[in-house]
Every structure is written in C-alpha cells, then in structure tokens.
Design a protein around this ligand. Structure first.
Ligand SMILES: [Zn+2]
Length: 153
C-alpha cells in the first residue's frame, strides 16, 4: 500500500539504516518489557501508546509466536519476529507524530488515490481507520526490512 511504502521511504531518509529499536529510543519513546502470557488466537506482540510515547513489548508472546511460526515452517519470519514487532510499532509512532503536519493533499498522495476516487471517499476518514493503519504498517515493515512478503502473522 502506498501509505506504508511512503512512510518507509521517509523513515529511511530521516533515520538511515538504524534499527527500529534504536530509532524509537533516540526519539525518546519508552520501551517497556511487559510480562503478559500468550493470548489464545491473538498475536499482539507489542503495542504503541501515544501519551506518553511508549511501546509495550510482550516477550513471552513473541517467543510463543516464534515457536508457532517455526512449526509452520516460516523460519524467516520467526527469526526476525522481535525486529518485525518493533518496526510495526515504529510505524504507529511515525504516523502519530507526523500526522498533524500532513496537509490533505499530502494524505491523498500517501494513499496513492486518483483524484476521481478522492472526490468519492473521504481520505481523512479512510486514513484514520484502524484497519487502514494495520494494512499500511504491514507494507511499511515489509519495505523497511526488505522482507520477501508481507509479515502476516
Ligand atoms: Zn498495529
């Protein structure tokens, strides 16, 4: 999706080859390791909170999911799972911290919409929807980490 790729390109330009963990720390985002047991069927490995900027990381869930991925033969994703989870949260941080500065025209460019489609839908509302954000974050992570496919967990 254009939005995720555009933010990934912007992140590369601003932060170079630093890892998501380094970027988040440099930006003053707190990383908190939280002892939460794996939830059945839910793969929430980390969560971003804007006020104050914090990423909660759930190491036990990451380990649990890593084992499941290995059993599914998805070893590449398994090996990079911690990095993938933090890069996902980096997307949310960048979105929250830069959204305010976006002009409506930029938002339309980010979504890669044609002007005809723009007239028919409200890009602002579409962009704010949690589903749009989650889909965009997948392509952000894929682009930034050069993954062969979307990191669908
Ligand atoms: Zn998310």
């Amino acid at each position: 999706m254009a939005l995720g790729e555009a933010l990934a390109a912007r992140a590369r330009k601003s932060f170079g080859a630093r890892s998501a963990e380094e970027i988040l720390k440099d930006e003053g985002v707190q990383l908190k390791m939280v002892d939460a047991p794996p939830a059945e069927g839910v793969r929430v490995l980390a969560e971003y909170q804007a006020e104050p900027p914090t990423v909660r990381v759930y190491p036990a869930r990451i380990e649990h999911t890593r084992r499941q991925l290995r059993e599914e033969g998805r070893n590449d994703l398994a090996e990079r799972l911690g990095e993938i989870a933090l890069t996902h949260e980096l997307y949310h941080y960048l979105w929250h911290s830069s959204y305010e500065e976006q002009r409506p025209g930029d938002l339309v460019d980010l979504l890669g919409l044609s002007s005809k489609l723009h007239e028919r839908i409200a890009p602002e509302r579409l962009l704010r929807s949690p589903l749009t954000q989650e889909i965009a974050s997948l392509s952000f992570v894929r682009t930034l980490l050069h993954l062969p496919e979307l990191p669908l967990l």
